[in-house]
Ligand binder design. Structure first.
Ligand SMILES: O=C(O)CCC(=O)C(=O)O
Ligand SMILES: [Fe+2]
Length: 370
């Protein structure tokens, strides 16, 4: 078990990134009642490992040995928001500190590394010609596939017209899905599930704080009402729900990019999306630790301090306000930072690479007749 804890620590140390957080995280592993702990201290952006218990810890993370072994075998997919993982760990104390440390162990697959190189090269070719995000009314499937293949973000209108909750409100969602479980609750003493209704009450009662689901899985009970158009559900990864209170100039979703092509269907409220093409990565202070999505030291692209982040001055952003009933296509590896202009509700899903390989233009299966 010590080896697992040492491996965990070395992954964290290898990808440490700028943070204001500090403190000691205890990680305790359990193997049928045998327990081993490690103490990971973060101070001034440096990490230290100890097997000896300090006087005080700031957060305690407990899990079975096999849970950590599985995580370490799955660095290219491990996600702290995964409900299966959340239900297998107990976290008590400073959740931000635990989240920061465990996010450091993510690593991209070789395939993702290769796709990033390919896409960045492709975008070099047209980097000065794309100056706005186009709106296209009811495009054909072929147009959609061609634009994604060109790595071109765009907004579709008129493709969600039959969605039931279009332009409705938190109140309507609460009426229909108030008791639906949204996600497990992590904090000790509050075990159980947060429901859609609990979350919507937080949105209604916020006094200006960011209240946002982040990309948590769309509860399965809601899947049938929010099917993305053009492609079969199997084409996509598990749909995610991005819902919450208006956020002003603070992002509801910090600057990041996803490692697959994605669609974001906006159901009500408006979202301001600020995008940067993949070849601008060198100006955005991207973090080394990532797998299915990558974040940056820069979290908010409004009001960036260019003394701290001088290269940011070289970026060329594309901005679009996505309204109710609009669907934004975010091609793989395009950076985006999201602001909730109103109380908002959207659903997104990524396209699986295997499915994309079959769909992409020029790859139609040829059927032979004998
Ligand atoms: O809507 C949001 O807040 C974030 C959505 C997003 O990042 C995505 O669809 O890839
Ligand atoms: Fe995203």
């Amino acid at each position: 078990m010590q080896d697992l804890l040492k491996k965990l620590f070395s992954l964290m140390q290898d990808a440490i990134c700028q943070t204001d957080l500090s403190g000691i995280c205890e990680v305790t592993l359990d193997d049928n009642g045998d327990r081993v702990s490690a103490f990971i201290e973060l101070e001034n952006n440096e990490l230290k490992f100890s097997e000896e218990a300090p006087q005080k810890t700031d957060v305690v993370v407990k899990m079975k040995q096999e849970t950590l072994a599985r995580v370490l075998d799955n660095l290219d997919h491990f996600d702290l928001r995964d409900p299966n993982f959340l239900m297998q760990v107990s976290v008590e104390g400073n959740l931000d500190l635990a989240g920061y440390l465990f996010n450091l162990i993510k690593r991209p697959s070789e395939k993702v590394d290769e796709l990033i190189r390919e896409t960045e090269a492709k975008c070099q070719d047209y980097k000065d010609s794309v100056t706005e995000i186009k709106r296209i009314h009811k495009p054909s499937k072929e147009e959609v596939l061609n634009l994604i293949d060109e790595s071109m973000p765009f907004v579709m209108t008129g493709v969600l017209d039959d969605w039931e909750f279009l332009s409705s409100s938190m109140e309507e969602i609460k009426k229909k899905y108030g008791d639906t479980r949204l996600r497990p609750v992590l904090e000790k003493g509050k075990e159980g599930f947060e429901t859609m209704g609990d979350f919507i009450e937080k949105v209604e009662n916020t006094s200006g704080d960011i209240v946002y689901t982040g990309g948590c899985d769309l509860p399965p009970a809601m899947w049938s009402k929010f099917r993305l158009p053009f492609f079969s559900p199997e084409t996509f990864t598990t749909p995610q729900i991005w819902m919450g209170a208006k956020s002003g100039d603070t992002p509801c979703t910090a600057l990041h990019r996803d490692c697959c092509n994605g669609m974001l269907a906006n159901i009500f409220g408006r979202k301001k999306m600020i995008l940067f093409s993949p070849e601008q990565t060198e100006y955005l202070y991207a973090l080394k630790a990532f797998n299915t999505f990558q974040t940056c030291e820069i979290k908010n692209v409004i009001g960036v301090n260019t003394e701290e982040f001088p290269s940011f001055a070289k970026t060329r952003a594309l901005e679009v306000i996505v309204g109710p009933g609009e669907l934004l296509v975010i091609p793989a590896f395009w950076w985006h930072c999201v602001y909730a202009v109103d109380n908002v509700f959207s659903i997104s899903a990524g396209m699986q690479w295997d499915a994309w390989e079959e769909l992409k233009p020029g790859n139609e299966t040829v059927s032979l007749t004998i």
